[in-house]
Design a protein around this ligand. Sequence first.
Ligand SMILES: Nc1ncnc2c1ncn2[C@@H]1O[C@H](COP(=O)(O)OP(=O)(O)OP(=O)(O)O)[C@@H](O)[C@H]1O
Ligand SMILES: [Mg+2]
Length: 343
Amino acid sequence: MTDLAIETEGLVKVFGTNRAVDGIDLRVPAGTVYGVLGPNGAGKTTAVKMLATLLRPDGGRARVFGKDVVGDADTVRGRVSLTGQYASVDEDLTGTENLVLLGRLLGHTRAAARDRSAQLLAAFGLADAADRQIKNYSGGMRRRIDIAASILNTPDLLFLDEPTTGLDPRSRNQVWDIVRAVVAQGTTVLLTTQYLDEADQLASRIAVIDHGKVIAEGTKGELKASVGSGSVHVRLRDPEQRPDAERVLQGALKAAVTLEPDPVALTATVNGHGTDLGAAEQAARALAELARAGITVDNFALGQPSLDEVFLALTDRPAETLADGPTDGLGEGTPTDRKGPTA
Ligand SMILES: Nc1ncnc2c1ncn2[C@@H]1O[C@H](COP(=O)(O)OP(=O)(O)OP(=O)(O)O)[C@@H](O)[C@H]1O
Ligand SMILES: [Mg+2]
């Protein structure tokens, strides 16, 4: 029990008639990164806010390091830190001013706050931007300063709510390195994300949530085994060979083949059904069969399963909110969402 950072039973949050979090059971081992994966509106932020004591549950129970998030909220608050989906730093202050101010609010002396600020800015690659106002930071720099702000005092449990949404690959990698460094110091991290590869890179266990419910939970390996190992994307030289290529791939991979809008492109799932070959080996065999059938392949790629593929595998439908955008006016980036609910 003491080695669980988070334990929830039937956790519920209702907004009007919308069960945003609809009975979630989670067990997050201390000292690990736990990934919560789900599309827009799945209930990730709402769940995180309840665990961080910012929002009061309407049902069920949640404990953080064994302490109830409602009954023992003050104790919980002393051990957790939250980096929200939207940066919470002051736009008009510089990087240093923000961190020093927060350090002072946390009770550090001016000197200690300055030291810690300089140390974090350097560690996060922001030393050159230390004296620049946050409003002139790029999106990636903002995410980094926001995480820096949340670990001024090293928390026992850090919530990172979509830390890399909207970042370019290089900035994402920098944030991932920061997360790894934080965990190496003993902090437990609960990370929400819409990206399967992010959960895969960082998390040891993953919960997939949809419409406020956990629809799959397990280690990365378990989740991938249920989803398939990825997909092969193939581009042909000659669009007329596509029907043949479709047949050959279907036979070789024993899986559904999708015809892309691009008339020379096909995508097939590599799911390992009926074979213990790895994804790369299966893909290589399928390509060899295409060559044997006289089909010219211009290029191909072996990709990780996307969140859509995870949802297709788990629910038989795509994560529709990813494709269509928020449907309820309360999705990402709206003023209502930004303000956040009050408990
Ligand atoms: N304060 C609120 N009042 C009313 N409804 C809310 C409120 N906060 C969230 N919701 C609704 O609860 C549901 C879950 O929202 P939540 O923000 O938890 O989703 P999310 O998984 O974090 O999505 P995203 O990936 O877009 O951040 C959505 O339908 C949302 O519109
Ligand atoms: Mg959210």
